[in-house]
Design a binder for this molecule. Structure first.
Ligand code: MG
Ligand code: MG
Length: 248
């Protein structure tokens, strides 16, 4: 069942989302060549705690950190490490979750480390465009497939691979609620109603669709080793248009 949030739950989701957005503001500042992904995790944890929220990811199914850090061909679920140092020309997807008042905000953003190649920059811009094309469809009366199709159309226009095994999801009291949201059309006619919340999160690849899970059981990478970008917002459908909780 897809639950619809009460006015009070929405208020807390907006607060949680705001804290996630503050973490991303900080990440934008500190992502640069030479910093380790473990340092990024420490900084993110500090911002979350300073704002009296709980890092949603820490301990989630045993995940050992407050953020996921996925560099270049890494797609999602990378575990921060002091041995992993950002270098010029990398891209890094940082996924952040914060729980406030029992409600969750979930947002991933990809960052360029110094200067990246034009083709990687275009992948980043297109993935962001796919996210906002999906967000625009998050309105009462539409169906889930409207979001999926909007994302797929943008990806296809750019000629990018679409990660198939992972996608968006309902969000609220916990990070992953029903429904699952595909990033490509599967004809899901589930109706979007007001006050439903979904994390919309396209993952697009410079190469093919295929990905695999690494030996640590977490890290997802592209099969062809080409870069992947990931952008995500938590979005609530309302009669006055979509509310993005995870932006400032
Ligand atoms: Mg996320
Ligand atoms: Mg998510």
């Amino acid at each position: 069942m897809i639950n619809r949030k009460s006015r009070d739950e929405i208020k807390r989701m907006i607060h949680a989302g705001h804290i996630v957005a503050l973490v991303h503001e900080k990440m934008k500042e500190v992502v640069e060549p030479g910093i380790s992904t473990k340092e990024l995790d420490n900084i993110a944890m500090k911002v979350i705690k300073e704002n009296r929220a709980v890092p949603t990811f820490l301990g989630y199914e045993g995940f050992p950190a407050s953020i996921c850090t996925s560099i270049n061909e890494h797609v999602v679920h990378g575990i921060p490490s002091e041995k992993e140092i950002l270098k010029e020309g990398d891209i890094i997807a940082i996924d952040v979750g914060a729980t406030y008042g029992g409600m969750v905000g979930d947002s991933a953003w990809s960052y360029e480390v110094g200067k990246v190649t034009p083709e990687v920059h275009k992948l980043m811009e297109t993935t962001k465009e796919a996210l906002y094309a999906g967000v625009a469809q998050m309105k009462p009366g539409n169906v889930l497939d409207d979001i999926s199709k909007a994302i797929e159309d943008v990806a296809n226009k750019g000629g990018y691979g679409i990660v198939r095994q992972y996608g968006g999801h309902g969000v609220g009291h916990v990070m992953h609620e029903e429904p699952f949201l595909y990033n490509y059309s599967v004809g899901d006619r589930t109706l979007i109603k007001s006050n439903m919340a979904i994390a919309i999160e396209p993952m697009l690849n410079l190469g093919g669709d295929d990905v695999f899970v690494g030996e640590d059981g977490w890290l997802v990478s592209t099969a062809d080793g080409k870069p992947s970008a990931h952008f995500e917002h938590t979005v609530i459908a309302t009669d006055d248009g979509p509310i993005i909780t995870t932006k400032l």
